[in-house]
Design a protein around this ligand. Structure first.
Ligand SMILES: [Zn+2]
Length: 258
């Protein structure tokens, strides 16, 4: 079975893959990294303290691997964690789908994830991440996906156009869209709030530091909004955002703060 994303070959606003065409394959050990996953933080035991700490600290500094170390910190880059030789790295595939979950696409998901169709090496069923936006979503289907252990993530309430709205959205507007959708997922999809930890912005149109501040302040743990064309082979591994990223900025405004 072969998946590929159309994300990098299309232009705004259709840059974002549709639900049925966006099965995104990331073969971290070898070839195509379409998104660099940005890990907002690995530990947020005290969100109030963390939020205060993150504000107003100025521009991010260059990342030093001597200071920024796993498991809590990782510099952006293509070096393999643990210095594993390339041929020893297991192939990893990430499947993700965006937008409304409803009858138009649910049959495809059912077929794709039918028992026994896609398995991990340990025998468990493969799962995907669903970045769910509110409009046109039928929440009993979200509930079923969640029940089957798929990762339910946030893709905002309105997914509104124009794309430029997302570019200039302020803190309050983004909070309404992002935290609001998590609350809707809780209320109508029965998805626990603490299980909604991932985010992808509509049209991949990020809003610089503001968007990441909203995500951080509200305990989101990762973002999957920034595509890359430069780091395809070898791909960039997921990294944390305490320091400057070396990933290119395809769709500005990009984050600059720490
Ligand atoms: Zn979308």
């Amino acid at each position: 079975m072969h998946f590929r994303s159309s994300v990098l070959s299309e232009t705004e606003p259709s840059i974002e893959p549709s639900a049925t065409s966006s099965a995104i394959l990331i073969m971290l050990s070898y070839i195509n990294a379409f998104f660099a996953l940005i890990l907002l933080c690995s530990k947020l035991d005290n969100i109030d303290g963390a939020a205060v700490k993150s504000r107003g600290l100025g521009p991010a500094k260059p990342c030093s691997p001597d200071i920024c170390k796993l498991p809590d910190c990782r510099c952006s880059g293509v070096d393999i964690p643990g210095n594993l030789p390339k041929e020893k790295v297991p192939q990893m595939v990430m499947l993700s789908f965006d937008d409304a979950v409803n009858g138009q696409v649910y049959g495809f998901y059912e077929t794709l994830f039918a028992d026994g169709e896609l398995k991990n090496p340990n025998g468990c069923n493969a799962t995907a991440t669903f970045f769910v936006s509110h409009e046109y979503t039928e929440y009993q289907m979200v509930q079923a996906l969640y029940h089957n252990r798929h990762d339910i993530a946030d893709h905002t309430i309105s997914h509104r156009t124009p794309t430029s709205w997302w570019k200039s959205a302020n803190y309050s507007q983004l909070t309404d869209e992002i935290v609001g959708q998590r609350e809707i997922l809780r209320k109508w999809g029965q998805v626990e709030v603490e299980d909604v930890v991932g985010f992808r912005v509509p049209f991949l149109q990020i809003a610089g530091n503001t968007m990441y501040q909203v995500l951080y302040d509200n305990k989101f743990l990762y973002d999957s909004s920034m595509p890359t064309q430069k780091f395809m082979d070898p791909p960039m591994w997921p990294y944390t955002l305490e320091y400057q990223s070396t990933q290119e900025c395809v769709i500005p405004p990009c984050p600059t703060g720490e």
